[in-house]
Design a protein around this ligand. Structure first.
Ligand code: KIV
Length: 300
């Protein structure tokens, strides 16, 4: 056998397991997030709440999927996220993890699933992880939930924190309002960021705070910051997918950019379907199953 052919065979045999290993290594983990922060690479995160969308987001190469409790508003039609239950999160979370190969899947802990006690927080975080096979949980609040973050991470569950405007506190704010604008309020957001890092969070979502404040926090922290309405100085960005595709029309926050207009595209498609069904032009030959005429003729 020629030397070249032998060496090609050896390379193929040696490389096959490495290629397989490469597939495995592509999965985003909390370590990937940390490395990306250290190397100054931006982290992308989008929400998803079902199998098909998770697959599309994952195939697009987005680093992380958040199964946000925003599902209460964009999937279930509630006015805010307060009514969302642990069961809702598990139901949608399971569907997402089935569709996500490479994205790091983070699942929100809903309102009142972690506030009562540290024990309640660990139990619910554990249930979410066991029943969905997600990679991490997220909970809202800074210093006030530091003991919960500490206990959940100690139990071996990665925690993404969420500070700034935390939607589960909508009733305390009197609406979805930008946070951290005065010296005291801005200092409180910084203190929250430091507290959740100290408690062991692997990342922190910063929502609706002035861009300069979020940039300052991103410089101060060693863990990655993921911004939503917090400017370009964060280490990563997250958006609700219905917002960025213009699928959710109840309201449009200032920080949302429409990357596509799928709401309009869907309305057009549904209208055309309606017209074709009513005109009898759908289904046509190509969408129809055939049977031999002799079979039909023998039927009565
Ligand atoms: O629930 C959610 O989708 C969120 C994002 C807004 C960060 O928490």
């Amino acid at each position: 056998m020629p030397v070249l052919s032998v060496s090609i065979r050896i390379v193929t045999v040696v490389c096959m397991p490495l290629m397989f290993l490469k597939e495995v290594v592509m999965k985003n983990t909390v370590a990937t997030f940390q490395k990306m922060k250290e190397e100054g690479q931006k982290i992308s995160m989008l929400t998803a709440y079902d199998y098909s969308t998770a697959k599309v987001v994952d195939n697009a190469g987005v680093n992380s999927i958040l199964v946000g409790d925003s599902l209460g508003m964009v999937m279930l039609g509630y006015e805010d996220t307060i009514p969302v239950t642990v069961e809702d999160m598990i139901h949608h979370g399971r569907a997402v993890t089935r569709g996500a190969q490479n994205a790091l899947v983070v699942i929100d802990m809903p309102f009142m699933s972690y506030e009562v006690s540290v024990e309640q927080a660990v139990q619910n975080a554990g249930r979410i992880m066991k029943e969905t096979q997600a990679n991490a949980v997220k909970l809202e609040g800074g210093s006030r939930v530091a003991p919960q973050i500490k206990a959940i991470t100690k139990a071996g569950i990665p925690v993404c924190a969420h500070i700034g405007m935390t939607p589960q506190s909508v009733n305390s704010y009197g609406g979805f309002k930008v946070q951290g604008k005065s010296i005291e309020a801005a200092q409180a957001v910084i203190d929250d960021a430091l507290a959740v890092q100290e408690a062991g969070a692997f990342a922190v979502v910063i929502e609706c705070v002035p861009a300069k404040l979020a940039a300052l926090i991103s410089e101060k922290l060693t863990i990655p910051t993921i911004g939503i309405g917090a400017g370009a100085g964060c280490d990563g960005q997250v958006l609700v997918y219905q917002d960025m595709l213009a699928l959710f029309s109840d309201f449009k926050p200032k920080f949302v950019k429409h990357f596509a207009h799928l709401g309009d595209a869907m309305t057009e498609a549904f209208k055309t379907y309606d017209e074709e069904v009513k005109a009898g032009t759908f289904p046509s030959e190509e969408h129809t199953f055939k049977i031999d005429d002799e079979v039909i003729e023998k039927l009565y």
